[in-house]
Design a protein around this ligand. Structure first.
Ligand code: R5P
Length: 301
């Protein structure tokens, strides 16, 4: 029956002279991934710019209700129209994020020690892949403590999630966590990010370092995003985001520098300009100040 319409009078149009398209996927190191994984990565990274503004609000998994995250429903949900991706815990996702959100979800998948613990590096896997599938996560995020007390366990947490994620097409974000005793320099970041990529992370989150970040990005064969870190003045945070993407980062996974800003709605829009349009930090800061004016319109995406 497959050719049941063979007698139909309208001719078929196979265009044999036109070769089938064979497109390269837009993210570095990701071309050989399966369709489902690529589709999920396209919910995290914007295919038009190849970059992402991930809004990180998962801090509660070890810090509880930190400043700016006391009421996710009231203070974070209004930022969602400008977030390519939301990084959060399953608890916050289920209770506070509207299921109509269309961006990618990156679910926190490791945890254990709280801010009160002597050492934060002894994490366990804290989410099953079945739950990640049920919640339609685009990726799971796991802390990796290279050089920390819990180094070995955290690396194994990551590789287990990579194996389970690859089975179902969910990406794994390795979050390089730098212990207080370690130096946050390019040498350390090259080591930590490269280990994560070598062991299978789909993409890696790291910190920006002033000196040599381009070598960190070049040495990492999968996309890198940078964490924002502690709250900085808005102009400085925009400068850091700008330098990071110019030096090869595929975007930011920013939390406190957005949700602790004096105007988070204005700040996330300014960050978007820097990340997606390559706008200068000075111009983006002007936009921030404009949008932050009392009575200014909320802006358009
Ligand atoms: C911290 O461990 C969390 O994973 C955060 O998502 C991460 O640190 C990014 O947030 P921030 O920009 O506030 O550093």
């Amino acid at each position: 029956m497959a050719e049941a319409d063979a007698t139909s009078s309208s001719p078929k149009d196979f265009r044999p002279e036109v070769p089938q398209r064979c497109e390269t996927f837009f993210l570095k190191g990701s071309n050989e991934l399966d369709w489902g994984m690529k589709n999920r990565l396209s919910r995290i990274f914007d295919p038009a710019s190849g970059r992402t503004v991930m809004l990180a609000v998962d801090h509660g998994y070890f810090q509880g209700p930190t400043t700016g995250l006391e009421r996710v429903d009231l203070d974070i949900v209004p930022l969602l129209p400008w977030a390519d991706t939301l990084m959060c815990t399953r608890g916050i996702l289920r209770t506070s994020i509207p299921p109509t959100y269309r961006g990618g979800i990156v679910l926190r998948a490791s945890g254990g020690p709280s801010i009160l613990a002597r050492d934060l590096s002894h994490e366990e896997i804290a989410l099953s892949m079945e739950e990640a599938v049920r919640l339609d996560a685009a990726a799971v995020a796991v802390q990796v403590f290279i050089g920390g007390e819990g180094e070995r366990k955290s690396v194994h947490n990551m590789t287990r999630l990579v194996d389970e994620g690859n089975r179902v097409g969910i990406a794994t974000l390795a979050v390089t966590a730098v212990g207080r005793e370690l130096t946050r320099d390019a040498r350390y970041m090259r080591l930590a990010t490269r280990i994560c990529a070598e062991l299978g992370a789909t993409y890696v989150k790291t910190y920006y370092v002033e000196d040599g970040f381009d070598t960190v990005a070049a040495a990492c064969p999968v996309p890198l995003v940078i964490a924002g870190g502690k709250k900085l003045p808005e102009a400085d945070a925009l400068r850091m985001a700008h330098r990071a993407v110019q030096d090869g980062a595929a975007g930011v996974d920013m939390g406190r520098n957005i949700f602790q800003s004096e105007d988070p709605v204005a700040m996330i829009q300014a960050v978007r300009r820097v990340v997606h349009d390559g706008t200068s930090p000075e111009e983006a800061h002007e936009l921030f100040r404009d949008l932050a004016r009392p009575g200014a319109p909320a802006g358009v995406r």
